[in-house]
Design a protein around this ligand. Structure first.
Ligand code: IPT
Length: 425
């Protein structure tokens, strides 16, 4: 049986349809492609009252206005698109066809209806989007159910999109907050963590900072920090832009601690990244490029205690390639790799990278140097290290040595794709 609404609808008998919009001003256009300029929309004497008179005389009790057709042009000044009457010459952009229509309906006692076409050939889709950042700040009222609905849309529309998840968005997190906004990952800093540490953030700042080796989820840290004290631009901070040296420290304690650095640039009131900020960021890039251009271990004779075999040869550690790596033999969860250089080298930095596709395998490592190949001295800051992961960087005062050794142990045979010593410029 019909509902009350359907009964009312039946009794209208005739409904009027009004197709009016930007196509009206194109020649023979019925399905606009969304490219016509709003400048052409300019009715010289729009009078919805006259439309109503037409309906009255025709005995039609109801009218439906096309508010937005496939071209995407909005007959009302929406805040969500530039493609609307507000950017047309009609009434100097102050007009609103939808409002005029509904007002006229009211005055005339005609029932108003709206056509809204979801097909939109104008509005860009803004894709692809590579990361969605779900700030936890002030978001405690958002439940996991809420995020679940958003996540479904994003998974479908942008499957490559990485989720920065916090608090109640924890089930969707591909990367996590590091627990501070000062650019520092912990030492160690595992990619794994207990999901509840992300959910119950305030009680788990340490876990966010260090990760948890036994955590059930692989959610590495993304380190958010601003190049200035604040996230937004303030002229008063023009002299407080982080120096190249500070940026290098941040890089080494974020990227160099198995994390990704999210560096904030606050554009100023002209809409530009201020010159100092741009220059210092380029300075960081220059330091990275120059420091890591030459692995001083290239050319070393390399031996290891428990080699897995030729495909995983120790020379892969210094070939500068990500695809090749050194692996220890099955059953050997500890290993020592020695590097013997033809001539002593001076260096003040080391970098090591694990094959992250194979998970955290090494959980303890140290580096030592020697000049005679028999007396070994710990490289400063490089004893009893724990995490390797994507990248671990250690800096120290310059040393000169012709022999290096890397001691590894962990939960599985090591899989290391790069080990290098470097001299900072
Ligand atoms: C903090 C949020 O609690 C956290 O979830 C994350 O979004 C972080 O911000 C990003 O920096 S709140 C902040 C004032 C420490």
């Amino acid at each position: 049986m019909p509902s009350a609404k359907q009964l009312e609808w039946y009794k209208r008998e005739i409904v009027a349809f009004f197709h009016f919009g930007i196509n009206t001003f194109g020649d023979e256009v019925n399905e606009g492609d969304g490219k016509a300029s709003p400048a052409i929309f300019n009715p010289t004497g729009l009078d919805c009252g006259q439309w109503m008179k037409t309906l009255k005389r025709a005995g039609i009790p109801c009218g439906i206005l096309v508010a937005k057709h496939a071209d995407g042009f909005c007959n009302w000044p929406t805040a969500y698109s530039q493609y609307s009457v507000k950017n047309s010459p009609w009434k100097k952009g102050k007009g609103d066809v939808v409002r005029e229509f509904t007002n006229a309906c009211k005055v005339a006692g005609i029932k108003a209806g709206i056509y809204l076409g979801p097909h939109d050939r104008h509005e860009p889709t803004y894709g692809p989007i590579w990361e969605i950042w779900w700030d936890g700040a002030g978001a405690d009222f958002l439940t996991t159910d809420f995020y679940t609905r958003w996540a479904a849309i994003i998974h479908k529309a942008q499957p490559q999109c990485v989720f920065f998840g916090t608090k109640n968005s924890y089930p969707f997190a591909d990367c996590r907050w590091v627990g501070n906004e000062s650019g520092r990952s912990g030492d160690p800093c595992w990619s794994t963590i207990a999901p509840t540490s992300i959910r119950d953030e305030s009680a788990h700042i340490e876990e966010l900072n260090h990760g948890q080796l036994d955590g059930s989820a692989y959610v590495p840290a993304e380190v958010d920090v601003s190049i200035r004290p604040s996230w937004f631009y303030h002229a008063s901070e023009d002299h407080r832009v982080k120096s190249v040296k500070e940026l290098i420290d941040i890089y080494c304690e974020s990227v160099g601690r198995n994390s990704v650095l999210l560096l904030n640039f606050p554009p100023d009131r002209t809409g530009l990244v201020p010159a100092t900020d741009a220059k210092n960021a380029a300075g960081l890039h220059n330091w990275i490029r120059r420091t890591f251009a030459h692995n001083l271990l290239r050319g070393a004779k390399i031996t290891s205690q428990h080699p897995r075999g030729s495909e995983f040869s120790a020379s892969n550690l210094v070939d500068g390639r990500e695809e090749t790596y050194y692996a220890s033999a099955d059953g050997s969860n500890s290993d020592t790799i020695e590097f013997h250089l033809p001539k002593p080298k001076t260096f003040d930095c080391l970098m090591i990278q694990e094959v992250i596709q194979l998970g955290h395998r090494t959980t303890s490592w140290s580096v030592e140097y020697s000049n005679d190949g028999s007396t070994w001295i710990p490289v400063p800051n490089a004893t009893d290290k724990q995490t390797i992961g994507h990248k671990w960087i250690i800096r120290f005062s310059p040393l000169t040595a012709s022999h290096l050794r890397l001691k590894l142990s962990g939960r599985a045979p090591a899989a290391i794709h790069t080990f290098g010593i470097y001299k900072q410029p």
